[in-house]
Ligand binder design. Structure first.
Ligand code: CA
Length: 225
């Protein structure tokens, strides 16, 4: 899941960012309402966390513009310090899907995000992907081989989970970069680094490297035991 955090309080934004990235989400953050609107139009996200009081364009206006002008139906979870019914109602009138009143527990954010995602996704997904003896449990954020858990940094875990969602598919470098960082990278270094970490962990755990490099084309995860 890719999440956009729109929040101008740097402490709240950083807490959300670290927490959600630790849960394996792809996360972008923006503090300026106008720039956030542009980012939400340019890239695709699975959910948006939206503060209401923002510089240059407030959250209500941003949400209204997303729905009415840009025609974007990404679920919006409003984060508001204004614990008044009027503000909440205004938020829903602008097209927000849910709200949380500050201060909120980070766990609660995750629960709400998953609920929004479930409501939206057409096909049910129990959160578990399987490929041979490799298992990816997106709810527990755990990858295991047989009974042994493989320790991986969050980005490597997302990379493997993404590839396991379509085994045998050839992924281009750009597809993998967009999944991890939301956009193509200038050089292939960043992706290569994460692939290297992932492969090393897989070789240590499974005794082999299931990721095939197809020269000049991309990468494929091979289904085998
Ligand atoms: Ca604010």
């Amino acid at each position: 899941m890719r999440i956009l955090i729109i929040e101008d309080n740097p402490v709240i934004a950083a807490n959300l960012y670290d927490f959600l990235e630790g849960r394996g989400y792809g996360v972008e953050a923006e503090s300026d309402g106008h720039r956030a609107y542009q980012l939400a139009c340019r890239q695709s996200f699975d959910a948006i966390l939206l503060d209401l009081g923002l510089p240059r364009m407030d959250g209500i206006e941003l949400c209204r513009k997303l729905r009415e002008e840009a025609n974007i139906d990404t679920p919006v979870l409003v984060l508001t310090a204004r614990d008044t019914l009027e503000d909440k109602l205004k938020g829903f009138g602008s097209g927000a899907d849910d709200y949380l009143v500050k201060p909120f527990a980070l766990e609660e954010v995750d629960v709400r995000l998953q609920a929004l995602h479930r409501r939206r996704s057409a096909k049910p997904f129990n959160g578990i992907l399987q490929l041979g003896q490799l298992t990816y449990d997106s709810k527990k954020m755990e990858i295991s081989y047989g009974n042994a858990i493989i320790e991986l940094p969050p980005k490597c875990m997302r990379l493997l989970g993404f590839m396991m969602s379509k085994p045998e598919k050839l992924f281009t470098r750009a597809e993998l970069e967009i999944e991890l960082w939301g956009e193509e990278q200038e050089t292939s270094e960043r992706l290569r680094h994460h692939l290297h970490l992932l492969r090393r962990a897989l070789v240590n755990a499974c005794g082999k490297d299931p990721i095939l490099t197809v020269r000049g084309l991309g990468y494929r995860l091979e289904a085998s035991d």
